[in-house]
Design a protein around this ligand. Structure first.
Ligand code: PLZ
Length: 451
């Protein structure tokens, strides 16, 4: 492709010039060990010096292919031109006033963009926050005050954050919850349509999982007690699980029938990642509220809740907010990121990435018995690693070994999933076709060399 405007200054090629991690990274890791809490772990003991396009350059001068986007954040690439330009100009004017004390235009402009870009043509309003978890918490607060109800329904394999309420909403215990309880009450978990592991097969998963979820909500919670159903339209940390067709529309219908606020957590799947502005558009699902973060601001901490004006307005004045939410520099970055997504048509680019990567992953599945499943959309793709195709038994050891082999050759892939056996690909959308192909070559070699 390379239809991108003048490429970033950073050379767009893989270069492994030291052992990985190199000596300088090792030195920094030793310093980290002394002063950074052990709970803050790192996927890869390599320290960044520069990043842009599809490359992270480390402090030893190695250039690594980035298939992770810093946990799915840098959709527009690192240090994207429009992001840097706009945030620098804003930082020179002022860096903070607190929107709730002295407002500024950038916040309003971001909310205008969100009203335009999010699904549905109803009147919409937004509130801005700092992190994904904070956005999810606020979506729940708004849904509760709007409905006068307390219960929150979430799904198997769901991930919503690390704060107390969002830990309760997150499915996986280790490492996210272990030892950190007690967790917030009134959170109920129901099945999701995980096609690959659905007992009666992927074709039945959508309808059957929806029926089970509705049945459990009805019997165990009572729909009249449910404030919100919160779902990731394409589950990220749980293992890039696309709910089987029909599942999301059925849950959306059930929510409408019972006055339940349907909240889409698009923190990982939003902003062109899946080839659409938001993943829920794939089945035409219009959420009442949508939580966004990550891709929204090109790497600056910003998050949002956007939704039906009458729901968003339910909270009393001063009921939602925070010191930094919608920071002016982060808002400027968001406007730069959105400008970039539009200008480069990153939705089309995400679909082109899928067209390039998915057939290669499918070929790996056909060749290697430990590659059990290939899934995802756009630039949110994954392979699920198993002991063998027949048993589908999760194989987290092999997933970790494959990721490590890729890391040593200078390709950053992320391992995720409830069973720790999913290798996921969340590249920046401005990565070149050449780097993507080379990253896949390295994974292919790692599979060849496994065992
Ligand atoms: N909802 C769907 O993916 C963050 C977290 C990784 P924050 N995902 C990456 C880790 O180990 O912490 C995420 C998400 C979805 C909510 C969140 C939370 O967003 O910005 O990390 O709070």
């Amino acid at each position: 492709m390379n239809a991108l405007p003048e490429g970033p200054a950073l050379p767009q090629d893989r270069l492994v010039r030291t052992a990985i991690p190199g000596p300088r990274s090792q030195e920094l890791m030793a310093r980290k060990k002394n002063v950074v809490a052990d709970g803050v772990a790192t996927t890869w003991p390599v320290f960044a010096a520069r990043a842009g396009g599809g490359i992270i350059e480390d402090v030893d001068g190695n250039r690594l292919i980035d298939l992770g986007s810093g946990l799915g954040v840098t959709v527009v690439g690192n240090a994207a031109e429009a992001v840097v330009r706009r945030l620098s100009a804003q930082a020179a004017r002022f860096t903070h006033t607190a929107f709730s004390v002295t407002p500024y235009e950038g916040y309003v402009e971001v909310c205008e963009a969100l009203a335009e870009l999010t699904p549905g043509d109803h009147a919409k309003k937004s509130a801005l926050f700092n992190s994904g978890a904070e956005a999810v918490e606020n979506a729940v607060k708004i849904a509760r005050v709007h409905t006068g109800r307390q219960a929150v329904v979430v799904f198997d394999h769901g991930y919503h954050g690390r704060t107390n309420l969002t830990m309760a909403m997150t499915a996986k215990n280790m490492p996210f919850k272990q030892g950190f309880g007690p967790f917030a009450p009134e959170v109920y978990r129901v099945p999701v349509a995980y096609g690959y592991r659905w007992p009666t097969g992927p074709d039945n998963a959508g309808a059957e999982a929806a029926a089970q979820a509705v049945d459990q909500i009805t019997k165990q919670v009572g729909p009249e007690n449910v404030a919100a159903i919160v779902v990731e339209p394409l589950l990220g940390e749980g293992g890039i699980i696309e709910p089987a067709k029909g599942f999301l529309p059925a849950i959306r219908r059930f929510a409408s029938e019972h006055g339940i606020v349907f909240v889409a957590d698009e923190i990982q799947s939003g902003f062109c990642r899946t080839g659409q502005w938001f993943a829920c558009e794939d089945e035409g699902v219009v959420p009442d509220l949508i939580a966004t973060a990550k891709g929204i601001a090109g790497g600056l901490p910003l998050a949002a809740v956007t939704g039906r004006a009458e729901i968003m307005d339910a909270a009393h004045a001063g009921g939602i907010g925070g010191t930094y939410g919608g920071n002016p520099v982060a808002c400027a970055a968001a406007l730069g990121a959105i400008e970039t997504m539009r200008e480069l048509d990153l939705n089309a680019r995400a679909r082109a990435i899928e067209a390039l990567v998915k057939p290669r992953l499918t070929a790996m599945r056909d060749r290697f018995d430990i590659v059990g499943d290939v899934r995802g959309r756009g630039a949110m793709l994954a392979v699920e690693v198993v002991k063998d195709g027949a048993s589908k038994e999760p194989n987290p050891q092999a997933a970790a070994a494959l990721a490590k082999a890729c890391h040593q050759k200078g390709v950053l892939v992320l391992v995720t999933g409830t069973y720790g056996n999913v290798i996921r690909f969340l590249p920046p959308l401005v990565i070149s076709d050449e780097l993507l192909a080379e990253g896949l070559d390295v994974l292919h070699e790692a599979l060849e060399g496994h065992k």
